[in-house]
Structures are given as C-alpha cells and as structure tokens.
Ligand binder design. Structure first.
Ligand code: GLY
Ligand code: MN
Ligand code: MN
Length: 462
C-alpha cells in the first residue's frame, strides 16, 4: 500500500465512525516560541500526522461522515519559502496527500462556518489544542447567525480522541516496521554510550553525563532519527534515584552505576529504552545483586505479556518478584513488613519501586489508548489505598491484543535512610524494553542492546 493510501484508509475509518451528519476537525500542533524570535523545534501533532503524514505547521484537516477530506495548509509564498523552506501548498495537496480539497489555512475562519452548517455533530480532540474550543465556539457562532436563513447549527460537540486513540492503540504493519527501526537505532545508541563510558574511564578521562548524552544524540542523528522521543535521562550514581532526572553535567565516577533512559523518534514514532550499567564496565556485588533482581522481575513481566492478558498483569508479575526479592536481599525486613504477600498488600515495596511497569508506546512516548477495557468500563470495585488512605476505583484493566505496543520497565531506587542496608544506598536501576503483543506472547523490539549483566560487562570490555 502506498503511504497516500494508508492515510486515506485511516481517514475513511474515522469518517465511518462519525455518525450521520458528523464532521471532524483535526489541527496540527502550534509552533512554540523558545526565546525572542527563536522557536522550539516544531513537532507535528500526532493525531494530525496519523491521518495525513503531513509535517508542516499551520495546518488543519476536516473530515466529513461522507468521507470528504479537506486540508487547510500554508499557502505558497516565495518570500516565506526563502526563509523557512518549501511549502506543499493547497494546489499540490490533493495529489500529494489524497485529500479531496485543500485551501489556504488563512481562510479557515471563512470556510469552517460553511462546512459546519447543517451538520449534526462536531468532533475534535478535546483538551489537546490550546484555544481550539474557543475557535469552534466562534465558528458555531457564525453558523448560528445564519439560522434565520434556514441554516441548521450542530447540536453536539464530541471528543474525537476516543475514536483516534482506539485506532492508534493497535499498530499496523507500517507502524510496527518504523517502531522496530527506531528501536534498533536506540539500541545502538545505548551500546555506544556504554562502550564510550568504559573507554573514557580506562583512558583516565573525565566522564560527565553530557558526554554520554552526546553519544546518544550522535547515534540517533547518524541513523536518520529526527530527534530524541523525550528528554534523555543520563544519570550517574545517586542521580539515578531521581525518576525524571535529565542528562546534566555531573561527573561519573568509576564504580558508579549509570542509568540511561533514552530513545529516538523516527518518522513520528518513539522508542523508549532504559539500561543501567557500571560506568567502568564491572558491577560491584551489591549493584549486581539488585540488578539481577530487577532483571528477574522484568522476565516475569515479559512472560505475563501476551494476547488475552490484562495490561496490569505484567505490573503485578513484576511486583511479586520485587516484593520477594526485597525481603531476600534485606532491603525490607520481614520482621517489620511481614511476608511477600504483606509487602504487596501494604505496598511496602513502594519505598523502592514507585512507578508502574509500563505504558503504551507509539507516536507519543506515553502513547494514547485507554488502560481500561472498553467493554467493561461500567464495572468497578472500590478499595482503600494502604499508603494514602484514598478510596480508589479499580476498573477492569485493558485486555492485550496483537499489535498493541507497551514498555516493560521495572526498577529499584534506593535512597539512604534509617534501616536501609548501606551497601545499597544511592543505587538506582531500571531496565526498560519495548514489546509488541503477538498471538503467542510478545516481541521485544529493543533487545539489540543486551540486558544480562554478564553481556553488558562483555560489551563494555570490547
Ligand atoms: N522515558 C519515559 C518513560 O520511560 O516512561
Ligand atoms: Mn517508558
Ligand atoms: Mn523510558
């Protein structure tokens, strides 16, 4: 299938779900100023791109229930194109993108009221685009001004995210192919950073977090990735215990662990890998003990990831292994916290493992898609959280289907504290891989970078 057909097919699937008289509006992202007259690097809106493959700013797509698609995009403008680059332009858009019509984005406010006239329902992504609700309001206001002449004004506004999220949650072959390639690039970047760390320390050079960040970026761009999929985390030593740490300037000491959570974005799709490795290439005893525990918990989560399982099952499998392991290695004292079952029930593990084991992955690193099974959304049970005392409503977790992509990322983060064995202080470990759910289990698409401690040591000696 050509790319044009692929996007046209997705638009047709949206059109078929809008209901009689429906119309949908999907803008791309806004440009964001960084300072004075410099903007942040532009990144298209994921929904818009999913339906068009079009990456220029200042564009909107309109789809009707009858399948008529209209693109609004930047008009051709020789002067602006000299400064900012070639624009596709509305004249070329129908042939290039397979839409039925295209107009200059500058005419959106004149076209939209006419397009909304006599429609029953306006769909657009709620709470995504700042100011869009107000603009829709303005267009509807213009329609209302014409009701005296017999025009009908839409009576309903509906959130388009629900339709698009469900479509995006299950990836097609085209998407999976890009995601596999993005993962391969990211895996190479992790290997490069690991090897560079050991080589620099062996050569007696100073290693700082930004040196390793530079290695990641080099590999991403070298293989055609447009940018990192999110701010890379490169955390030496105790910094690894800060979950949202960013690559900064801290000195990495021989004997430290380094946690790198980084993945490239390739052609609109994210990858998301974490590896934790000894800066000098050799795990210490306590580091290795916790590393092997996190890895065992990841193995359990991977085994729990398959068609028909609930999204929450890999997390539960991780927690079961970590709870027992924290007791075994002495991070938790069974005289104080009881058995592994007690550790799970009371969430005592939370002191050292305070995040979930995964999330959907796709165009967005924390991708869209409901974590609740849609067919069971009305069912819930209530329980009191043992730590916060908050009343929590549990709804049935999503049932995994082939083509869904999720991360599997257990960790252990040990901050110094009373009763915490000192040999583990300031160790932060996370291991993160990306998994495609298949009919028989899951395909780990990020394993070009090894994960076993011995294999990491071997490649860092190379
Ligand atoms: N890199 C963000 C995450 O792992 O969720
Ligand atoms: Mn992740
Ligand atoms: Mn990550």
């Amino acid at each position: 299938m050509t790319a044009v057909n692929l996007y046209a097919q997705r638009r047709a699937r949206v059109a078929a779900q809008l209901g009689a008289g429906g119309i949908a509006i999907i803008p791309t992202a806004l440009e964001h100023p960084r300072n004075r007259d410099s903007d942040f690097l532009f990144r298209h809106d994921s929904y818009f791109y999913y339906l068009t493959g079009f990456t220029e700013p200042h564009a909107s797509l309109v789809i009707t229930a009858e399948g008529e698609c209209t693109l609004f995009c930047q008009p051709k403008d020789m002067e602006r194109e000299i400064w900012d680059g070639i624009r596709l332009g509305p004249e070329a858009a129908p042939a290039a993108l397979g839409v039925q019509a295209a107009h200059a984005i500058t005419t959106l406010d004149t076209h939209l009221p006419r397009m909304l006239e006599n429609r029953s329902t306006v769909w657009y992504p709620f709470a995504i685009h700042k100011g869009l609700e107000g603009r829709v309001d303005g267009w509807l206001h213009a329609v209302r001004a014409r009701v005296r002449y017999g025009a009908l004004c839409p009576e309903q506004q509906r959130d388009l995210c629900g339709i698009l999220d469900e479509m995006r949650l299950v990836k097609d072959d085209h998407e999976l192919d890009i995601m596999r390639r993005a993962s391969q690039i990211s895996a190479r970047a992790h290997i490069r950073a690991m090897q560079r760390s050991a080589a620099m320390l062996r050569a007696g050079q100073e290693v700082r977090e930004y040196h390793l960040d530079a290695e990641l970026l080099h590999e991403f761009r070298q293989h055609g990735s447009q940018y990192p999929a999110y701010g890379s985390i490169v955390a030496g030593g105790a910094n690894a215990c800060v979950l949202h740490y960013r690559a900064d300037k801290a000195l990495i000491q021989s004997g430290d662990l380094v946690l790198i959570d980084a993945g490239c974005e390739l052609d609109g799709y994210a990858s998301d890998i974490t590896r934790t490795f000894p800066a000098n290439g050799k795990f210490s005893g306590p580091q290795r003990e916790l590393y092997d525990l996190v890895l065992a918990s990841q193995d359990a989560a991977i085994a729990a990831t398959h068609q028909g399982a609930r999204f929450v099952e890999p997390h539960e499998a991780t927690v079961a292994v970590l709870a027992q392991g924290m007791l075994d290695v002495g991070l938790l004292d069974k005289n104080k916290v009881g058995s592994a079952q007690d550790v799970i029930a009371n969430r005592s593990y939370f002191q050292f493992y305070m995040h979930r084991t995964g999330h959907w992955l796709g165009m967005d690193v924390h991708d869209c898609g409901s974590y609740v099974e849609p067919s069971q959304v009305g069912q819930f049970s209530e329980r009191k959280d043992p730590l916060s005392g908050e009343l929590i409503k549990d709804r049935p977790s999503r049932i995994l289907q082939p083509g869904m992509v999720l991360t599997i990322e257990p960790g252990i983060y040990v901050r110094p504290g009373a009763g915490v064995p000192e040999q583990f202080w300031n160790i932060g470990i996370r291991i993160e891989d990306d998994a495609v759910v298949t009919a028989t289990g899951c395909e780990l698409i990020t394993r070009d970078v090894p994960v076993k401690a011995d294999e990491i040591e071997a490649l860092m000696r190379a």
